[in-house]
Structures are given as C-alpha cells and as structure tokens.
Design a protein. Structure first.
Length: 244
C-alpha cells in the first residue's frame, strides 16, 4: 500500500496550529509568530514576496497550510490563512480557460515554421504524453515531458501504473494531445489527495470512474491540428541552422 503520509518536515507545527482552529474562516498570523510556531527564521523572501507563500504542494511548507484546508494571503504585516475546500490556487473554470489558451497557442505554433528561439528551447524535439493510473487515490493523470525524460516513471512512484506513453514529434503536438485527453475527461476532473499531490502536483487529474481514453480517441478530439504537416516535424537543437 502506498504511504499516505503528508511530509511537512519542520512546518508540521504550523499545520497543527491551523488545524486546531477549523471554525475560523481567516487566521491572521504575523511573520514573527510564524517563526515562533515553526522555530525557524523565515527567509527574506517570505516577508517581501507574497508568492513565497505558495499553494504548490511540491513545496514542503505549502503542505502545512493545505493539509489544514487553508490558502495563504501575505501582506506587509503577516499572513492570513483563509479556509478553502480545494488545493489549487485557481478554480477549475480558470484552469479550463488557461488550458484552452495553451492549446490554441500550440496549434498556432504548428501552423508556422519553427522559430530559432523555439528550437533553442527544445520545443521542436520529441515529447511524450503519458497517462498514469493511481488506483489507491482512484485518479488518473495525464502529462507531458521531453522525449528523453523519465518523468512518467518518477511520477508513477506513489503506487501508480503508467498506462500510456505516447511519443510525439514536438512539444506543440504533445500539448495539443494532452489537452485532448483533458477535454475527453472534462466532466470527471478532480483534484488528487494531498498525499499524492505532494509529488505529482494538483492539475490534469480525473476520477478513474472514467477510464483513460485511447490515444486514437484523443487524436480524434485534436482534430485538424493533428493533420497539420508540422505535427510530425522534429528539429533537434543541434539543427538550429535549418530552422532559420
């Protein structure tokens, strides 16, 4: 069985402090009081950059307030930990809008010749769209990574099984295909439990009550984009000159 422990390290005392106050909609704590609770000196960024107080569960500190069902809102004086019922910083509707813009941008990139900048970034090198099932959490995740990466294997570590590894010619094609999987599963989108999200992130999940679509089904949803000539085009970074 997969470990469901949420790893908070030295930030666990903050979780315990917040968890003892479930009825308070907002919990306002000064920076000095946060330091006293966790017995740590906060870095300068914590007092000067509100984004340091992230809701990304890959960050150990974030798990302490997420586990207590809170999102942080920093100011000059301290942090307000506001009660919430979700992990992600943005609503699913906002995620959908962002995803739509991402897919549109990827499709537009497939309509024109590769730019030197995109080639230099490796965007025109092969990429993989993977699908992973996490049976204990009862969720399925889709994602993409560079063709040389073992990210799918790493992410499947917490009791997951890699169901599909679809190799695409470039990142733009992979982005469109990933988006097609998400559109097929849209009615079943969920967040994973925090014990899983601490290693996999929060987005691109759906409940496993909806079986993973096949690559052919996703390609059908990708539609005309999958028929563009650049869909199958790869340009290694070493071939930068050929893209100019």
């Amino acid at each position: 069985m997969t470990s469901t422990e949420i790893r908070m390290g030295p930030w666990r005392p903050l979780y315990e402090y917040l968890a003892q106050r479930p009825d308070e909609a907002d919990i306002d704590i000064t920076y000095d009081d946060v330091e006293a609770i966790v017995h740590l000196r906060l870095p300068t960024a914590a007092r000067q950059r509100p984004e340091w107080w992230t809701v990304i569960p890959l960050k150990q500190r974030a798990r302490s307030w997420l586990a207590a069902g809170r999102h942080p809102f920093a100011s000059d004086a301290g942090v307000v930990f506001r009660r919430t019922d979700h992990l992600a910083g943005h609503s699913l509707e906002r995620q959908r809008r962002s995803r739509s813009m991402m897919d549109e941008y990827a499709t537009s990139a497939l309509l024109v010749p590769p730019t030197p900048e995109a080639v230099d970034c490796g965007w025109w090198e092969p990429h993989i769209v993977y699908v992973i099932h996490f049976p204990e959490a009862e969720v399925i995740r889709v994602g993409l990574t560079h063709g040389d990466s073992n990210r799918a294997t790493i992410l499947s570590g917490p009791g997951g099984t890699v169901l599909q590894v679809n190799r695409l010619a470039n990142r733009w094609s992979a982005t469109v295909l990933e988006g097609a999987f998400l559109r097929l599963a849209d009615d079943f989108r969920v967040e994973p439990p925090l014990w899983l999200a601490q290693t996999t992130g929060v987005t691109e999940f759906w409940t496993d009550s909806f079986a993973a679509p096949s690559a052919d089904e996703a390609l059908a949803v990708a539609g005309v984009a999958a028929k563009l000539s650049n869909w199958t085009l790869s340009v290694p970074r070493s071939d930068r000159g050929s893209a100019e």
